[in-house]
Design a protein around this ligand. Structure first.
Ligand code: FMN
Length: 203
């Protein structure tokens, strides 16, 4: 069974909605999600780091605060420096999601931070793979998939309202699609590694 760790922070619950949808997508692909909710900068991250080390792939998620990942997520990211020195995450697959209030809101900067975190660990980044919506601005609505037109990862937008109603359905579905995509990619990646090993043995 392929496992996908989902390591995320959410100060007020909106980014958490996306984490749950990524997990749903992993399950829809027939694989196992492992949800790792970062609660505070003061927590012991060792169990999360172990869980990611044991997983086949990881999806990083953080709200965009002041144009970058939240400070709490950044503390977690810095704690993964312990793994950096062992290369234990090298060649895993990684992907990311963020959420913020504005349509742009500098979300791309936060997604870039997640991709750079993965790159520093030698991981392979899986992008969103969902075309931006081919609709007019007037047609674009809460059910539109990849509403803000992001390529590198999920960029969701939440209003100042309860996470029960925002981010809207289209953003939630976009997160589910990312979960499905990385789980399928992780299965292919593992099968490819096995095939290469078999070829090497046969040679
Ligand atoms: C400290 C702080 C900084 C924020 N900075 C931004 C920002 O740079 N861009 C933006 O669009 N929204 C910004 N917001 C709004 C949040 O991204 C938005 O409320 C988001 O839904 C919060 O996600 P969460 O509920 O998972 O914490 C900020 C909110 C806070 C609390």
């Amino acid at each position: 069974m392929t496992t996908v760790a989902i390591a995320y922070h959410s100060g007020y619950g909106h980014t958490e909605v996306l984490a749950q949808k990524v997990a749903e997508g992993v399950r829809d692909a027939g694989q196992t999600p492992v949800l790792l909710k970062i609660e505070s900068a003061a927590q012991d991250f060792a169990p999360f780091i172990e869980a990611i080390t044991a997983a086949d792939a990881v999806v990083f998620g953080a709200p965009t605060y002041m144009g970058d990942v939240s400070g709490v997520f950044k503390v977690f990211a810095d704690a993964t420096a312990s793994v950096f020195f062992t290369s234990a995450w090298k060649d895993k697959l990684a992907a990311g999601f963020t959420n913020s209030h504005s349509f742009a809101g500098d979300k791309l900067h936060a997604l870039n931070s997640l991709a750079i975190l993965a790159a520093q660990h030698g991981m392979n980044w899986v992008n969103l793979g969902v075309a931006p919506p081919s609709v007019t601005a007037a047609e674009r609505g809460p059910d539109t998939i990849n509403r803000v037109g992001s390529f590198i990862g999920v960029a969701a937008q939440s209003d100042n309202a309860s996470p029960e109603i925002t981010p809207p359905a289209g953003d939630r579905e976009t997160a589910r699609l990312l979960g499905e995509r990385i789980a399928k990619a992780a299965v292919r990646w593992a099968a490819g590694a096995e095939a290469v090993e078999a070829l090497a043995k046969a040679a």
